[in-house]
Design a protein. Structure first.
Length: 435
C-alpha cells in the first residue's frame, strides 16, 4: 500500500510538471487517491455527458467571468426550470470544444443539443436575451489559441424543431477579448458591446452589435487606447448620458491601467469614448499607476473611476487615488483613498482631513498607520493577518478590534484617543473597502 501511495504521488507530480491542464493540486494524499466525485445535479449532468460522449471527453471550464464551473445551470427558456450547459473536448476531435445544452426530464438529465464551438478553450460565457424572443441566448467568448489573447465571440440561440431544440449561431465569429450585454441605446432591447484588442496595425476598439430577430448588425464602434493589452473588468452604471460602460484595461507597461468610458450618442448615432484622443491614440484622463478597478467606492450607487493622487513620501506598498465621477461631460472629484494592493483594501479618507495626514506602512507587521501632520501623533493603525494566524494569537492583540474580513484575511484596528485628529472604530469600519 505504501508503494502504491508513493507511486500515485510521483505520478501526480509528474502530471503537474508536464503541464496537464486539468490536473487539480489536491489538498491531501487521500485526495490524490480518491478524487471528489460530483453529486446531485452535477452528477446527473456528468452521467448524461458520459452517455453522450461514449468515446470519451475532457470538460472545459470557462477561465473568467461569472460562470467558472464544470457545469453551468441557467433557465434559458424562462420555464422556471434550469437547463445545464457544458463545454467539452471530444476525445475523437482533439483541439476542438463543443457546447452542449442538457435538460432534466423525469428526474434524469440528457443532452438535447450540441454544437461545435469556435475555439479550443472557453474564456467566458454569459446569458442574455439579445434577439428579443423572450429566451436567453448563450454568449460565448472562445479562446482560439491556448494562453493567448486570440479570442472569438459568438451568440447561440435556441430554435425549437419537431425533434426538440436546435442550437444555431446567430452571429459571425467576432474578434473580441471581453463583452457586456445591456440596453445601451434605450431601445428596450439588449445589445452587446465587444472589446477587441486590435493588432499591430489596428488600435483596440469597442463595437456595438444588435441581434434583433437573430439578425446581426453593427450599430457603432469607437477606438480605444492604443496601449491596451488586456481588458480586466467591465461594468456599467447610470450617468447623465444614460447607461454607461466602464472598461478597465491593463496598459502595455503592465503596471498601469486606464478606464474607457463608453456611452451611446444620439448625435453621432454610435457609441463614443469621450476621453480617447484621436491625435495621440491614447486615453489619458482616466489613466492610473495602480491596478485598481472602477466601482462604487463610497456607496452612493454611482460608479467612480480611480485616478492617481499625487502624495509626497508615500510608502512603497501604498498608493493614493482621486476617485472621479462623470457629470455634465467632465470628470469631477468625488473622494480620496489610500490603497494597499498587498493587503487587498482601500481606505476612504474624508476630503477635509486628507491633506492633514500622512500614510505609514510597516512591511514586517503589515501595519498601515495614519499620522497627523501637525502633531505627528498616530491617528490609528490597521493590521492585516491571516485568519488562522489571528485565531491562534488573538491574545497578542489586546486593544485591537476586528473591522473587516475578506478571503481568509482579518483586519484589526486600534485608534488613538489622544490624537488631535480623532477616529472611532465605527469610522474605520465604514472607511475600509475591498481593493
Amino acid at each position: 500500500m505504501k508503494k502504491l501511495r508513493a507511486f500515485l504521488i510521483l505520478l501526480s507530480l509528474s502530471l503537474l510538471l508536464t503541464g496537464c491542464s486539468n490536473f487539480r493540486l489536491s489538498s491531501s494524499i487521500d485526495d490524490l487517491i480518491s478524487p471528489v466525485s460530483p453529486s446531485g445535479d452535477n452528477a446527473g449532468v456528468q452521467n448524461a455527458v458520459d452517455e453522450y460522449c461514449k468515446s470519451g471527453y475532457l470538460i472545459k471550464i470557462p477561465s473568467s467571468g461569472d460562470y467558472t464551473t464544470s457545469f453551468i445551470f441557467h433557465d434559458l427558456d424562462k420555464d422556471k426550470e434550469d437547463e445545464a450547459i457544458a463545454f467539452f473536448e471530444p476525445s475523437d476531435e482533439r483541439g476542438t470544444t463543443s457546447l452542449a445544452v442538457l435538460k432534466k426530464q423525469q428526474n434524469k438529465w440528457s443532452v438535447v443539443e450540441s454544437i461545435r464551438g469556435e475555439g479550443s478553450d472557453v474564456k467566458s460565457v454569459d446569458f442574455c436575451d439579445v434577439n428579443n424572443d423572450g429566451n436567453d441566448e448563450i454568449l460565448v467568448c472562445w479562446s482560439i489559441i491556448s494562453k493567448s489573447n486570440n479570442y472569438r465571440f459568438n451568440v447561440y440561440a435556441q430554435k425549437k424543431t419537431d425533434k426538440g431544440i436546435m442550437l444555431e449561431s446567430i452571429s459571425d465569429s467576432i474578434a473580441a477579448g471581453e463583452f457586456i450585454c445591456l440596453d445601451i441605446n434605450d431601445d428596450k432591447v439588449n445589445e452587446v458591446i465587444v472589446f477587441n484588442l486590435g493588432s499591430a496595425a489596428e488600435a483596440p476598439t469597442a463595437e456595438l452589435y444588435s441581434f434583433v430577430d437573430s439578425d446581426e448588425k453593427l450599430l457603432g464602434e469607437t477606438k480605444l487606447d492604443s496601449t491596451i493589452i488586456s481588458f480586466e473588468n467591465i461594468t456599467w452604471g447610470m450617468t447623465d448620458e444614460g447607461v454607461s460602460v466602464y472598461a478597465d484595461a491593463l496598459k502595455s507597461d503592465g503596471d498601469s491601467m486606464v478606464t474607457e468610458f463608453i456611452y451611446w450618442s444620439d448625435y453621432y448615432d454610435s457609441i463614443v469614448s469621450p476621453f480617447y484622443s484621436y491625435n495621440s491614440g491614447k486615453t489619458t484622463e482616466t489613466r492610473r499607476n495602480s491596478i485598481i478597478y472602477c466601482k462604487d467606492i463610497d456607496g452612493d450607487k454611482t460608479v467612480e473611476i480611480p485616478t492617481d493622487k499625487s502624495v509626497k513620501n508615500l510608502p512603497a506598498q501604498i498608493t493614493a487615488q482621486n476617485w472621479v465621477v462623470y457629470e455634465n461631460t467632465v470628470l469631477l472629484h468625488k473622494c480620496y483613498t489610500y490603497s494597499c494592493k498587498r493587503d487587498a483594501y482601500s481606505l476612504l479618507i474624508n476630503d477635509d482631513i486628507f491633506d492633514k495626514v500622512s500614510a505609514k506602512y510597516d512591511n514586517e507587521s503589515r501595519t498601515f498607520s495614519l499620522i497627523s501632520n501637525e502633531s505627528k501623533n498616530e491617528c490609528f493603525s490597521i493590521i492585516t493577518m491571516i485568519r488562522s494566524a489571528y485565531n491562534s494569537r488573538e491574545a497578542d492583540f489586546q486593544g485591537y478590534t476586528e473591522i473587516y474580513s475578506n478571503s481568509g484575511f482579518v483586519y484589526l484596528a486600534k485608534v488613538n484617543d489622544k490624537s488631535d485628529i480623532k477616529f472611532t472604530i465605527d469610522d474605520l469600519k465604514n472607511m475600509i473597502k475591498p481593493y
